[in-house]
Every structure is written in structure tokens, then in C-alpha cells.
Design a protein around this ligand. Structure first.
Ligand SMILES: Nc1ncnc2c1ncn2[C@@H]1O[C@H](COP(=O)(O)OP(=O)(O)OP(=O)(O)O)[C@@H](O)[C@H]1O
Length: 254
């Protein structure tokens, strides 16, 4: 499913947080969202997923304005993996992943074997089958992150939004999770701080700065020494074989 944003504006009280953001993500594409702290990545993801309403502008998913799509229908199509999301504490890992099935269940329909199989396979995909009966609150930070991703997988969405999905993960699981998301037959938009991971796993990269989208293109077009200096205020060398790879050399003037 495609995601198209047109001229989004959003703010809090009198402060403008996002301004003039337009972008278009093709069905099946993996888009990376990068930018310094506070540049508006999470806010933009929330607007694109329909969790917040823009002050002006609009978001269309599969050609439909999401402000007109009923919430339940939207929840069947869109999954959102938040940064360090809180979950009710007194539940098992399997119960957390079962929550992903909620939008697909009818008011009268019970829990089916098909639901249980989907939950089991979501746990398997993130390597958490052995933890299925463990209380949620006893998990490590990285394990929680993987369970949140399993919950999103159990939702069987057509579009997945992920806000810093790798921030608690060891390098093996960072790569595994991004490889898995990329291999899924869905559109994904992923806010990431690690630019080398963004260049490895994203078809295109969008760059946010001060609430504006300042660049959008392939990793090769976007990830340059100039961009790293202008947007992130770091000096770096970017090699280009076969994808851009960044070696940081210091802060400007350091
Ligand atoms: N509900 C809110 N109330 C007040 N300010 C907010 C709110 N939501 C976001 N902001 C502000 O908007 C700006 C953008 O925040 P956002 O979380 O979108 O940035 P980000 O690029 O995701 O940052 P990070 O890389 O640190 O996660 C920040 O300055 C933040 O303080």
C-alpha cells in the first residue's frame, strides 16, 4: 500500500514542530527516516500512521484520506512499533503478541487456531518462542523490543511504521530485525539513528531537520559527507562500495 503525505503541518500550542512535509512512499518500499534529535521523526511517523491529526495537510494510504478511514479498518492495515512502548505489566509475552490480533477479531468471533498460529509464527520470527510464557515485565529491553515487533507482525498489517526499532538491540538482532522487516511483503517507514543500517536496509532515505523534510532519495543520493556536515554537524568520509558506508572522523572544528 502507498503512503502519500501532502504539505503536513503540526505543532504544540504555538510551537511549530512539523512544517511543509510532503512525501510519497510506494507499495512495498522501505523508507528510512533520519535526522538529529528533535527534528520531528517520531511526530511525522505518528501523523503518517493516523495517531495524530495534522493541523493542515493530509495523509493518504492506498489513495484514501486516513482521517476518513474508520479506526478499526486503519488498525487492520497499519501497525506502529513505538520507541520503548509501555505495556500492561501483569501479562505473558504471548498475551502481548495476541493483542496484535485485536483489530481482526469480530465482536462475536472467538479466538481461533489460525490466530494462535499467527501469534506463534510472529514469536518465531523474532526469536522469542522460548520466552512465550515469561512475564512481560521480566524481559530485557531488547527482548521487549522484539516482542513489540512480534505484536506488529501478528497484526498482519500492509504498512508498518517503526520508531527506532533497533535502539535496544544487540548488533545481531539489529540486522535480523531490519532484514526481516525488509523481506516482509509490506510498505515500511522506519525512523533510525544508525545511518549505516539505514543505507543497508532502506530503498530510500528521508532526512528531517528542524521539522522540515530537507532531502529524500536513494542512500547514494542522500548519504554524503556534505549532508552529514550540514544536518548532523559531524565530519565523515563516505565510501561507496557497493552502498554508501560512513566512517566518522570528528565534529567540525574539533
Ligand atoms: N506533545 C508534545 N508536546 C510538546 N513538544 C513536543 C510534543 N511532541 C513533540 N514535541 C517536540 O517536537 C520536536 C520533535 O520531536 P520528535 O519526537 O518528533 O523528534 P525526533 O526527531 O523523533 O527526536 P529523537 O531523535 O530525539 O527521537 C521536539 O522538540 C519535541 O520536544
Amino acid at each position: 500500500m502507498s503512503v502519500v503525505a501532502t504539505d503536513l503541518e503540526w505543532g504544540v500550542r504555538r510551537r511549530v514542530v512539523l512544517s511543509g512535509v510532503s512525501l510519497s512512499v510506494a507499495p512495498g518500499e522501505t523508507l528510512g527516516l533520519i535526522g538529529p534529535n528533535g527534528s520531528g521523526k517520531s511526530s511525522l511517523l505518528r501523523l503518517l500512521a493516523g495517531l495524530k491529526r495534522p493541523a493542515s495537510g493530509r495523509v493518504q494510504i492506498h489513495g484514501q484520506d486516513i482521517s476518513r478511514v474508520p479506526r478499526r479498518m486503519l488498525a487492520r492495515q497499519v501497525a506502529f512499533v513505538q520507541q520503548s512502548a509501555a505495556t500492561d505489566t501483569n501479562v505473558s509475552v504471548r498475551d502481548v503478541v495476541r493483542l496484535g490480533r485485536t483489530p481482526h477479531r469480530s465482536a462475536l468471533g472467538g479466538w481461533t487456531n489460525a490466530d494462535e498460529d499467527i501469534v506463534a509464527s510472529a514469536l518465531e520470527r523474532v526469536n522469542m518462542t522460548g520466552h512465550a510464557n515469561q512475564p512481560w515485565q521480566t524481559l530485557s529491553g531488547g527482548e521487549r523490543q522484539r516482542v513489540h515487533i512480534a505484536r506488529a507482525l501478528a497484526q498482519a498489517p500492509r504498512i508498518m511504521f517503526l520508531d527506532e526499532p533497533t535502539n535496544h538491540l544487540d548488533i545481531h538482532h539489529q540486522i535480523e530485525i531490519l532484514r526481516m522487516v525488509r523481506a516482509l511483503d509490506l510498505t515500511s517507514i522506519i525512523a533510525l539513528h544508525d545511518m549505516n543500517l539505514a543505507t543497508m536496509f532502506c530503498d530510500r532515505i528521508a532526512v528531517m531537520k528542524d521539522g522540515r523534510l530537507v532531502m529524500l532519495g536513494t542512500p547514494r543520493e542522500v548519504v554524503t559527507a556534505q549532508l552529514l556536515r550540514d544536518v548532523f554537524r559531524v565530519e565523515a568520509e563516505v565510501s561507496d562500495d557497493p552502498r554508501p558506508h560512513i566512517r566518522f572522523t570528528g565534529a567540525p572544528g574539533a
